[in-house]
Design a protein around this ligand. Structure first.
Ligand SMILES: [Zn+2]
Ligand SMILES: [Zn+2]
Length: 306
């Protein structure tokens, strides 16, 4: 299960009720900020999440509306002294800009109050947890080093406690052996196989954060079976040429992606002031019904289908 909180949902420039791009994905004790537009630190406080454990920041691409807030956040973290180490993960072009911002503007000539690691990402796994991975994938937008992020729980087979008890498997290391795929022999001589007490494989939850995006064909395969896709809706079809020229998709294209890959839910963000929510939603839901538009501070639980 992933918990997704939107901190900023506007496109390129802030709107009265929408801050610049940022969201937080939480999984157990882990928290990952995805993008950090200007003003994100105040959004973080207003959301109630606060700064604690916010030591992984993933940036999708090197546009100002997605990373300028890093300056304010690292400055505040340095003063509060609540985090010893921050890892900022992004493509090369983004990191070059972030490096300038941190070292030539924020902490210029001063002692660094904490360790800040700038970690260049390539397509593939960029963070491996006990039971989930974060995979960076390239997207076409404008310029180099644009990425989206896939949050993927590992699939698992549940241990069927009731069945094990019924078969007389004691509470002890025997159960651990069975989970590890080893057969055991009980005191009465019966052999219990792992498949006797393990349930069917349960697919892990899949959350795709596409970031700014110029086309969807190249990422469709990766999105197959997603529980939730977060995609931009900067433009509508009536601005199709504008969208293509600026490296963005339309709300309809986002909905077609969700439909074609069999996603369960589409959440639209990166909303510009040129269209009303009603028009955006109408265009998207005509193609894919289970669509909503994220607002700042909206929270979603991305869990397995019931
Ligand atoms: Zn943007
Ligand atoms: Zn962009």
């Amino acid at each position: 299960m992933f918990e997704l909180t939107f901190l900023g949902t506007s496109a390129s420039v802030p709107l009265p009720k929408r801050g610049l791009s940022s969201a937080v994905v939480a999984h157990d004790e882990h928290r990952f900020m995805v993008d950090c537009g200007e003003g994100t630190q105040r959004q973080l406080l207003s959301s109630g999440l606060g700064f604690r454990r916010m030591n992984h920041i993933l940036i999708t691409h090197p546009h100002l509306d997605h990373f300028l807030g890093i300056g304010g956040i690292v400055s505040t973290l340095g003063q509060m002294e609540i985090i010893e180490n921050v890892q900022i993960l992004a493509g090369k072009s983004t990191l070059e800009k972030v490096h300038e911002l941190i070292h030539k503007v924020v902490f210029r000539g001063a002692r660094m109050p904490m360790q800040i690691d700038l970690i260049e990402i390539k397509p593939g796994v960029v963070f491996g947890g006990d039971d989930f991975d974060i995979v960076a994938f390239p997207v076409r937008h404008r310029g180099p080093d644009c990425f989206g992020f896939l949050f993927q729980e590992h699939s698992r087979r549940p241990f069927l406690n009731d069945k094990a008890s019924a078969l007389g498997v004691p509470n002890g290391p025997e159960r651990k052996y069975l989970v590890e795929g080893k057969a055991i022999t009980l005191a009465d001589g019966r052999t219990i196989l792992p498949q006797d007490v393990m349930g069917d494989v349960q697919r892990g939850v899949k959350l795709v954060m596409t970031g700014d995006l110029g086309e969807t064909n190249s990422i469709a395969k990766l999105c197959v079976g997603a529980d939730t896709i977060v995609a931009e809706a900067t433009y509508l079809e009536e601005d199709g040429d504008l969208a293509r020229n600026n490296g963005h998709i339309t709300a309809r294209t986002a909905a077609m992606l969700a439909r074609d890959v069999g996603a369960r839910q589409l959440i639209l963000n990166h909303i510009s002031g040129r269209h009303t929510e009603r028009d955006i939603l109408a265009e998207a839901t005509a193609v894919f019904q289970n669509t909503c538009i994220a607002r700042d501070f909206d929270e979603f639980v991305v869990a397995r289908a019931a």
